[in-house]
Design a protein around this ligand. Structure first.
Ligand SMILES: C[S@@+](CC[C@H](N)C(=O)[O-])C[C@H]1O[C@@H](n2cnc3c(N)ncnc32)[C@H](O)[C@@H]1O
Length: 205
């Protein structure tokens, strides 16, 4: 990992993904979390303040040491017990069917193999357990999508593997989750980065 990826990117993500406008989206994505939760791509803990009282414990998976340090104060201030338990959402160190909910925000764009990470989430979720997500992704308009494909190679380099052209809802469905609800729309900002998908999907019983 380069110094840029290790030191600069987690701080940029903490700033750009921690804005006020993002908080409403995060609040909605976290609102129905319950019981034991696993979050992949925990980052600097920008979702912690939105965890509802129904969450008993959160297991965090995050490879970046800088992001884990940036998260320390948020974890200390949280009434929910939070433990960093691993570095890779594609290899979650938890037993099968041990979690009630899973959370991922702006992470399916970045993990190297989102299909493997989603399979891992299915494995650790109890039957009927839910995945709560908030992601940016491939836009429905051909003109925006064309730009996303053009920008992708640069985005991947400057944003540490992030791609603009993944379709999170399709990936979640393909992994075998059933949709509980999903909402997709452009938010304020440059369109290639602004097509957001949020929702809840369930592990089929
Ligand atoms: C764009 S950031 C989003 C951080 C945070 N979820 C948020 O909403 O602000 C993507 C995160 O995924 C993490 N990540 C990258 N590869 C990963 C992997 N294989 N497993 C878990 N997390 C990963 C990065 O370190 C980074 O913290």
């Amino acid at each position: 990992m380069s110094l840029y990826s290790e030191i600069v990117v987690p701080r940029l993500v903490n700033l750009t993904c921690g804005t006020k406008g993002m908080q409403r989206w995060r609040e909605r994505a976290c609102a129905e979390l319950t019981g034991v939760v696993v979050e992949i791509g925990f980052g600097s803990g920008t979702n912690v303040q939105h965890l509802p009282a129904s969450v008993e414990r959160l297991y965090a998976i995050e490879p970046s040491g800088v992001a884990r340090k940036l998260a320390a104060r948020r974890i200390d201030d949280s009434s929910v017990p939070i433990d960093h338990i691993g570095l890779d959402g594609e290899d979650i160190p938890l037993p099968d069917e041990s979690c009630d909910s899973a959370l991922c925000t702006f992470t399916l764009c970045t993990v190297p193999h989102p299909d493997i990470a989603l399979r891992e989430l299915l494995r650790v979720l109890k039957p009927g357990g839910t995945l709560h997500y908030l992601e940016h992704g491939l836009a429905p308009d051909a003109s925006v999508a064309k730009w996303q494909h053009r920008i992708d190679p640069i985005e991947r380099r400057i944003a540490d593997g992030c791609l603009l052209t993944r379709d999170p809802v399709a990936l979640i469905k393909m992994a075998g989750f059933e949709t509980v609800w999903t909402r997709q729309r452009y938010v304020k900002g440059p369109k290639p980065w602004s097509y957001f998908s949020t929702g809840v999907a369930r592990k089929i019983v």
